[in-house]
Design a protein around this ligand. Structure first.
Ligand SMILES: NC(=O)c1ccc[n+]([C@@H]2O[C@H](COP(=O)([O-])OP(=O)(O)OC[C@H]3O[C@@H](n4cnc5c(N)ncnc54)[C@H](OP(=O)(O)O)[C@@H]3O)[C@@H](O)[C@H]2O)c1
Length: 318
């Protein structure tokens, strides 16, 4: 099969395109003929050699966890899926080898859901990882309720693009940061207050709107004091979901009864079914996508590294 793969860690130019053996699905998996996959920052971070203490590699590694496509084989213990079913899912594993930047990808049958006809394969491939991350942070961990407030850092990125409409769906007031060029985009997703981080100090701006802090912060940035600022911007008894790091050591976390955690997305086919239903009904807006051919994976990683993607970059197989 055709695949993007790397034989060693390194910069984006370790990505090769070529033929790889088609993987076999295990008993609990299905094999999906991939129509589209999408790029997440974790793909390039794993490629560069980060997070080896958490996620093991078997080289050559085919990167990618998001997929949309058709089932072509079904593992011996899988009873609820058929060959030909159109699906999307998060092919996450703690040990990477057979990812979704390929013509075929095995995936746990419990991590997929049906792709509705009204959502294209490209649009579907953009959804799994960011949607599960955002929903698990906002609804499960964050317990976000109607009338509450949430600060979503980096609103124009993959996670922000789905977290904003989800938070609006839950009835919250949404504050977000972006550069000026993405202001209209995050507004169209439902953001109530947009802070241009290139011209304003977001901590002071948010403090002016919410002197006591917000109920929930989704902190997608790393470094430059952002972890500490997230705590300061949270109400007493509020919550902070960190996307990249453990909470900072600050006495006020306990003193002000703040619940702060480093969250890691979890594959969950049932949750994905619920979320796809919300997208399909228009209750949550679909994120912007930029579709590129799979062959442009290296450029797509370079673009992701620059850190200014609007919504999601999707890679389409020919
Ligand atoms: N823990 C988990 O399970 C999990 C899951 C998914 C993602 N993550 C992490 O969460 C982070 C966000 O992921 P993502 O997929 O949304 O990334 P992404 O799509 O690459 O984010 C790009 C966006 O970040 C914005 N941005 C860049 N610098 C910013 C700044 N200083 N302030 C505000 N916005 C800024 C850019 O907006 P402008 O162009 O307007 O600057 C751009 O739209 C990544 O670090 C990723 O590794 C963690």
């Amino acid at each position: 099969m055709k695949a993007i793969f790397y034989e060693q860690h390194g910069t984006a130019d370790v990505l090769q395109i070529g033929e790889r053996p088609t993987p076999e699905p295990q008993d609990h998996e299905v094999l999906v003929e991939v129509v589209a996959t999408s790029v997440n920052p974790i793909d390039r971070r794993l490629r560069s050699g980060e997070l080896q203490e958490y996620i093991t590699r078997t080289f050559p590694v085919v990167p990618g966890w998001d997929l949309a496509g058709r089932i072509v084989r079904v593992g011996s213990k899988v009873t609820n899926w058929q060959i030909g079913d159109e699906v999307l899912g998060l092919a996450f594993t703690w040990s990477i080898q057979h990812g979704s930047y390929a013509e075929y990808c095995p995936i746990d049958a419990a991590s997929i859901t049906h792709k509705p006809a009204s959502i294209s394969f490209e649009q579907a491939a953009a959804l799994p990882l960011v949607s599960l991350t955002a929903w698990q942070a906002l609804s499960e961990f964050g317990q976000l309720q109607a009338g509450q407030s949430v600060f979503i850092q980096a609103g124009a990125g993959g996670v922000g693009s789905v977290a904003i409409p989800m938070a609006k769906h839950l009835g919250a007031k949404v504050y977000t940061t972006t550069s000026a060029k993405n202001r209209d985009y995050v507004k169209s997703l439902g953001a109530d207050v947009v802070i241009d981080y290139t011209s304003e100090d977001y901590e002071s701006s948010l403090r002016e709107h919410e002197p006591d802090g917000v109920n929930l912060v989704l902190e997608a940035l790393l470094g430059n004091g952002t972890a500490e600022a997230a705590i300061r911007l949270t109400k007493d008894g509020g919550r902070v979901a960190y996307m990249n790091n453990e909470p900072p050591e600050m006495d006020e976390i306990e003193q002000r009864n703040i619940k702060a955690e480093f969250l890691h997305h979890r594959p969950d086919g049932d949750m994905l079914t619920e979320l796809v239903g919300l997208y399909q009904s228009g209750n949550i807006t679909l994120p912007n996508i930029q579709v590129r051919p799979l062959e442009e994976a290296m450029d797509a990683h370079l673009e992701s590294e620059r850190g200014h993607t609007k919504g999601k970059v999707v890679l389409r197989l020919s």
